[in-house]
Structures are given as C-alpha cells and as structure tokens.
Write a protein that binds this ligand. Structure first.
Ligand code: SF4
Ligand code: SF4
Length: 418
C-alpha cells in the first residue's frame, strides 16, 4: 500500500513513477498489464464551466475610519456580497464574489469569472463601495489584496448529463450559446472530461480525501470535502486555493445564451494502490453519459464519454482561407470566451475548444470533429462542449512535472470524502 510519504521519499530519490491520466489510459489501451509496483501516481484533471466557483477577497478601499461598513460592493460593475467579516471602520472590505454573477452594465458579456481571470492577469479592477449613502472608489490589482482565494462549492463532478431540446423553439439556457439550444433534438450540449476526471478515477475516495493537495487553475490548493448535491453515485468536490500563482489560461468567464458563467480547472494526484488501481483503469468507453431534455432534465437516453473524446478532435482550428470577413461575424459576437477576432483568428490562450464556432460560422471556416451520439436511433451532433479536455490534460501534465521536480508534495488526506 503506497502512502504519500512513501511516494514523496521515492520522488526525492528520483525513483518515483508518475503518469498523467492520458498517458496511463494510452498504456491500458495498448494492452499493458499495470500493477501498483509499476506506477506510483496518476495525475488526473478536469477543466470546465463550473458555476459553483466563488472568490473571497479582502479589498483596501479607503483610509481607516473613512466609513463604518460596506452596504454593497461592485467590482468592475459586478456585485459582490460584503462580508462575512464587517471590518468596521478599517477601510477594508471583505467580499464574496460568485463566478456566475453578471455585471450590471453588461450582464450577458461580463461577470465574476471574467473578473477572476483579469485579477490573475494582474489587471486593475475598479472597486465601488456604498457605505450607506456615501460612495468610495478605488482601483486595485491582485497584489493589493491581502487575501484572495477561490473556493468551489461543486467541482470535478464525476459525470454530467448531456442536454438536448425536444421542443421546437430554441431554449435559452446556460447549456447553450448565442440564441439557445435548438430543437427538436437538433443538437447536444455536453460536459465532463471522462476518463481524465479525478472522481471518475477515484469515485470512492480511496486516495482523494479532505486535505488532499491539488492544483486549482495551476495554483496549489486543497480538497475541502465533497460539494453541494454530491452523492455516492455522482460525487463532486469542494476545493480552495490562493489566487496568487494561478494561470489565467485555466480560468475565466464563459458567455452562454442565458448569462455568464465561470471556467475552473482542477488537477488531482491519485496514489496507485491495490485499492485505487481498478478504478484508475476506467476508460471513456466505460463512462456513461445520460442524455436529458433541457425542459425536465430527466435522462431518457445514454451515450458514453467515448462519443465525446475518442476519435474526435480535442482542439478546434480556424481556416482563414475560408473566412469571407462578414460584416456581422457571429463567431466574434458569440464566442463564449471572446477568443476570436476576424483580424487575428483564434487566441489559443483564451479558446476553450467548445466548438460553438463550427456552427456559428456559415462559411465553415472552423474545423473540428466534436462527435455525435445516438439518441433513440437518431445521430444527434454535439455542438457545444462545456469542458476543455485539452486543457485538463495540460494541467495534469503540469502537476506531473511539479511532482517529479519536487515543487509539489503529495499529502495523505486527514479525512474521508464518505
Ligand atoms: S462568420 Fe465565419 S466567414 Fe464570416 S467573418 Fe466570421 S469567421 Fe469569417
Ligand atoms: S472553440 Fe470557437 S467558439 Fe469555442 S472558444 Fe474557441 S474560438 Fe471560441
């Protein structure tokens, strides 16, 4: 039975064997017989639209005694909740900001998730505090905040549900972009990183537990426990990490047809033991993807994550030769991460590989096979991916490198997820 201490000792001796989940699954598909003696750690990962992401910030606003306490707070026009600590007469405002909260001036364009990324990018943020009639303003960067942590109430959900619309009118929902999810049964919106997902590889919490060290958006963080609506069949995690050290490419805002949401990425090491190995052998083909109508969200059909991630393209490409420079470019207008400009093509640091551009562009200037799923005898095309498997793989590689070169120390949990 491997423990974190034993693995950490092997890392120091240069003897540890660490694979990313993608490398590990490739070995399994090649027919290799892997035992706990062959590998110490598998690094798993997920990157997706995760609504249950918030930040707790401590923001300097004015001098001591300038105001008693904040009644409301706006950060780049996005409302945050003052508190929990009132910080009476300190001139500092403590605030909780949700990644899915829209800004007042551009609710479909900008929200908490966008602001999290801008903070991590080192950009200036406008702060406006109403102390009960009197307004105080300041401009801050992440460096000015003495406390800035991301906390998630629900992340790394083991497996999601794919959605389609059985009705004939398009439905505006957070599971669609532009003008909504088209029906009847014309397109599928999907989420989840399948065989790379941490809880897909350790659903019983044999290795992951309270206090497990992880990466959140590239920064060191910890598992707090299970998250909201977590169940033994469909577990998820609650995690936290300091925003300092995060990489903006793993996070940000995501515009849907029903408002803004938030991208978050998590990488989790799983220590290989006789207990964890059977679940680590799970492949996309084994991971079921229930399909539900967006109106009632009751599953009525089923695909698998192989439909999403096997034989499909992880990344989406732009072919400038096919672009005719439309006056009103729908991709520029609706790309959920503002990653596309007619003048510059796809900004890879922003692109989420969601695939929405494939259908938004009438000239088929974007390339990428997103896959299809057989729903009651009809092949329904996947038109939106709310998880970015390429980025999840990248973060699991980063964690592997950090473990091997000693920048990341494995921790044994202090409590169980169960
Ligand atoms: S819609 Fe397509 S063809 Fe038209 S400008 Fe945009 S990318 Fe180019
Ligand atoms: S895949 Fe297309 S629509 Fe999606 S983020 Fe990238 S450029 Fe934007």
């Amino acid at each position: 039975m491997n423990t974190a201490k034993e693995v950490n000792d092997r890392i120091k001796e240069g003897k540890a064997v660490v694979y990313t989940a993608e490398e590990f699954k490739r070995m399994l598909r090649a027919g290799e017989d892997i035992t706990p003696r062959d590998v110490d750690v598998v690094t798993t990962g997920t990157c997706g639209v995760m609504s249950g992401t918030a930040a707790v910030l401590s923001i300097p606003v004015a001098g001591r005694g300038a105001f008693a306490r904040a009644k409301s707070v706006l950060l780049n026009g996005v409302p945050a909740s003052p508190g929990p600590c009132p910080n009476e007469n300190l001139g500092i405002v403590e605030a909780v900001l949700y990644g899915s909260t829209p800004s007042i001036s551009g609710p479909m364009e900008y929200g908490g998730g966008h602001l999290f990324r801008e903070l991590v990018e080192g950009r200036e943020i406008d702060v406006e505090v109403d102390s009960g009639g009197k307004i105080f303003e300041n401009t801050v960067t992440l460096e000015d905040l003495e406390f800035a942590r991301i906390i998630t109430t629900r992340t790394s959900v083991k497996n999601y549900t794919g959605f389609l619309n059985k009705g004939s009118d398009a439905v505006r929902t957070i599971f669609s972009v532009a003008n909504g999810l088209k029906g009847p049964c014309k397109e599928l919106s999907v989420s989840g990183c399948g065989e790379l997902n941490p809880l897909e590889n350790d659903p019983l919490g044999e290795s992951i537990g309270v206090g497990t060290g992880i990466l959140v958006n590239g920064a060191p963080g910890y598992v707090i426990g299970t998250g909201t609506r977590s169940s033994p069949e469909k577990p998820n995690l609650s995690v936290f990490a300091d925003m300092r050290g995060m990489n903006p490419e793993y996070m940000g805002g995501f515009r849907t047809s029903d408002g803004v949401d938030c991208i978050t990425s998590i990488a989790v090491p799983i220590i290989v033991t006789e207990d964890t190995l059977p679940n680590l052998k799970i492949l996309d083909e084994d991971v079921k993807l229930p399909i539900a109508d967006i109106h009632d969200r009751i599953p009525f059909a089923e695909g698998s994550y192989a439909d999403l991630w096997q034989g499909t393209d992880m990344e989406v490409y732009f072919d400038p030769a096919r672009c005719i420079g439309c006056d009103d470019c729908e991709v520029e207008s609706y790309c959920p991460t503002n990653a596309f400009l007619r003048s510059g093509g796809i900004d890879r640091a922003r692109c989420f590989n969601c695939g929405a551009c494939l259908n938004l562009c009438p000239e088929r200037a974007f390339k990428g096979n997103l896959g299809r799923i057989d729903v009651e005898g009809n092949e329904v095309p996947i038109t939106l991916r709310q998880s970015n498997r390429a980025r999840a793989d990248e973060l699991s590689h980063e964690l592997k490198e950090m473990i091997l070169d000693g920048r990341f120390t494995l921790t044994d949990p202090v409590g169980s997820l169960r």
